[in-house]
Write a protein that binds this ligand. Structure first.
Ligand SMILES: Nc1ncnc2c1ncn2[C@@H]1O[C@H](COP(=O)(O)OP(=O)(O)OP(=O)(O)O)[C@@H](O)[C@H]1O
Length: 340
């Protein structure tokens, strides 16, 4: 059954003075998924979330959240979405109970009871003032407020920062339960290992461009790291036959680290037959390694551009087009020959 995406964006662009925070982001998130948006500091994650929740007007493109335009119908969106920002602002002078009671007035019946259940689980006294709460307790209050109306879509910007390990684990596991019941969870996070345990779909944002957005298993299953040993550092690794796509090559002395998408072990004899190649080792990549690779200078971008996408700066153009200030340090990077 084909379902309408809970979130879809079309060429979403956000240009601040002197900064392109988002550049043509095309995103589709299906209901019942835990989607994790990964990106370095300043990649554009919070900007994207602010647009999706109607707090920021994009300079280009469009977004649809739960069937509504967040810009034109922000209240419809907020009714269906639970949102916790990376820096939740709350009325400090209220008590834990009062803030729940106050927020409940914006939502249908049942909100306050759900909220109280949640904070009781977190063992936070209702008469405690918000301003005296610890960072983690504030995070728990913000989460409880965002969950109390059982939203269709939960958007969390760095949800686990400030939570202790037990609560983090319990909370993330509860996200899997939400997705299983048909709700959708959108997490923005730096905690790649944590995300890997719960997310079923991964988006990687780099310098405002969506480098990839696909199921975690497909992403991990399609990426291979090859270590090619050569008798001379100038030896060329032969162009691999389709469907393999070389995404990044890095020189490490007489070894070449090659990241390949859709590699097949049957291609190893082909590489080994090239002049100067001494041996080839292949291994699967962790999500963290895949993430780092997607943010490296020289990475040639998503392998499978969407049909009809002819943009040179789009999220899936495969061009490896990086801004001039993209100058991450690292080993020497060699052009892959895959970029158009
Ligand atoms: N109001 C603004 N005016 C100017 N530039 C902005 C504004 N908001 C964000 N930016 C810039 O947009 C870029 C993306 O910022 P954003 O906060 O979306 O990044 P992020 O991925 O959430 O980063 P982090 O992981 O550090 O929170 C940054 O370069 C930031 O400086």
């Amino acid at each position: 059954m084909i379902m309408n995406p809970v979130i879809s964006t079309d060429q979403l662009t956000m240009r601040f003075r002197g900064c392109d925070a988002l550049m043509g982001v095309d995103l589709k998130i299906q209901p019942g998924t835990v989607f994790a948006l990964l990106g370095e500091n300043g990649a554009g994650k919070t900007t994207l979330i602010r647009i999706l929740t109607g707090f920021q007007k994009p300079t280009g493109g469009s977004a649809n959240v739960c069937g509504f335009d967040p810009l034109k119908q922000p209240m419809e969106v907020r009714r269906r979405v639970g949102y916790v920002s990376d820096n939740p602002v709350m009325y400090d002078w209220m008590t834990v109970g009062q803030i729940g009671w106050f927020t409940a007035s914006f939502y249908p019946e049942g909100f306050y009871d759900c909220y109280r259940e949640q904070i009781a689980r977190y063992e936070i006294p209702e008469d405690r003032k918000i301003r005296v709460l610890s960072k983690g307790q504030r995070a728990k209050i913000a989460l409880s407020l965002s969950l109390a109306h059982d939203p269709e879509l939960l958007i969390l910007d760095e949800p686990t920062s400030g939570l202790d390990p037990m609560v983090r684990r319990e909370f993330l596991e509860s996200m899997i339960g939400r997705a299983a019941s048909g709700r959708t969870v959108f997490l923005s996070s730096h905690q790649i290992n944590e995300v890997e345990r719960v997310a079923d779909t991964i988006g990687i944002l780099h310098n405002g461009k969506l480098q990839t957005c696909e199921p975690l298993n497909d992403l991990k299953g399609s990426m291979t790291e090859l270590t090619v040993s050569m008798d001379d550092s100038l030896v060329e690794v032969p162009t691999l036959p389709e469907p393999a796509q070389t995404l990044l090559e890095e020189n490490q002395g007489r070894q070449r680290r090659v990241l390949v998408r859709h590699f097949d072990s049957s291609m190893i004899p082909f590489i080994e037959s090239a002049e100067g190649v001494v041996g080839v080792r292949e291994r699967a990549m962790t999500l963290e390694e895949i993430f780092i690779a997607h943010t490296r200078k020289g990475f040639s971008g998503p392998a499978d551009p969407p049909p009809g996408s002819g943009r040179s700066d789009g999220p899936s153009d495969g061009s490896g087009d990086h801004s001039p200030d993209d100058s991450k340090s690292g080993p020497e990077v060699i052009a892959t020959g895959e970029s158009s």
